[in-house]
Design a protein around this ligand. Structure first.
Ligand SMILES: [Zn+2]
Length: 284
């Protein structure tokens, strides 16, 4: 019994560590997927309902981190969560940057979004693809590509090797952007309630950003999704906001937190709006 408890504890802390390596944390992904599901057309909402596993109870946000949980059983997927660029260039170029550590092309978050979008276009046809998995991968990677340090520099693994202090706690910069800024915002402004933060972002989509939403949704005429654009914005944000004033050993406090939180809120909103726009174009 005791042994099982220890084993369970070890497994849980392992999962916790693993989850902290890459991806918006649980909450960032959940917010992206909540925003998206609320914006689906009837046809897309119906397709998503059909494709979601029964245990999700038609709640896309409940399975938005599934892709993080299978990273180790499906090892080939671990390169698909990010698209890092050479240091300091601050731009994304698909041919140069979308490859895994072995140099295999198309194996990055941008290639993955294109691939799972194409697979989902088979919906309603005879297909060899697992469209439930395609939906869960697409929903997760659309969140990841909007986290600026998922389009960071190869040399520091998107900020994973930059050790900083988040107020008094030791952290790495990547994790600050995945989770700490969101958690601190929830503690300080939203009564520790993720739903309040989600509602605030949703309100901004219909008010503050309402003039920009059509631009976020748009791709060039023949494209169903346009992750090149999303990654290009991401690496610019990484340079302008994430890496800026956050060198190794920096202590990040209110100045950094308060000026970066609006960027995070915007990126969560854009990720959700674009996931919905992509699903709405897929399931017409
Ligand atoms: Zn991820």
């Amino acid at each position: 019994m005791e042994y099982n408890k220890i084993q369970l504890g070890a497994i849980l802390s392992f999962i916790f560590l693993v989850q902290n390596i890459q991806g918006w944390g649980e909450e960032g992904h959940a917010i992206t997927c909540k925003i998206a599901q609320a914006r689906l057309t009837e046809a897309a909402a119906d397709a998503v309902k059909q494709l979601l596993p029964a245990y999700a109870n038609n709640d896309l946000s409940s399975v938005c981190t599934w892709a993080d949980r299978v990273k180790f059983s499906l090892r080939w997927t671990s390169a698909l969560h990010f698209a890092d660029t050479p240091p300091k260039l601050c731009n994304f170029q698909y041919a140069r940057d979308c490859k895994d550590l072995n140099g295999v092309k198309d194996r990055c978050v941008v290639g993955a979004i294109n691939n799972y979008t194409t697979q989902l276009l088979d919906y309603g046809k005879d297909t060899q693809h697992n469209l439930t998995q395609a939906l869960l991968f697409l929903s997760h990677y659309m969140g990841d590509v909007h986290q600026p340090l998922h389009t960071g520099f190869t040399t520091d693994k998107g900020g994973n090797t930059i050790d900083v202090h988040w107020y008094t706690r030791k952290q790495n910069l990547h994790h600050v952007w995945d989770a700490n800024i969101i958690e601190t915002a929830e503690e300080r402004f939203y009564d520790n309630n993720i739903d309040e933060y989600f509602k605030d972002i949703q309100k901004n989509i219909t008010k503050t950003w309402s003039d920009e939403v059509a631009d976020w949704e748009a791709c060039s005429s023949d494209e169903t999704t346009c992750p090149n654009v999303y990654a290009s914005e991401g690496v610019k944000d990484a340079c302008q906001y994430a890496y800026k004033d956050a060198p190794e050993d920096a202590t990040l406090e209110d100045d950094y937190f308060l000026s970066r939180l609006p960027i995070i809120s915007l990126r969560l909103a854009q990720g959700g709006v674009r996931l919905a726009a992509t699903l709405n174009r897929i399931f017409q």
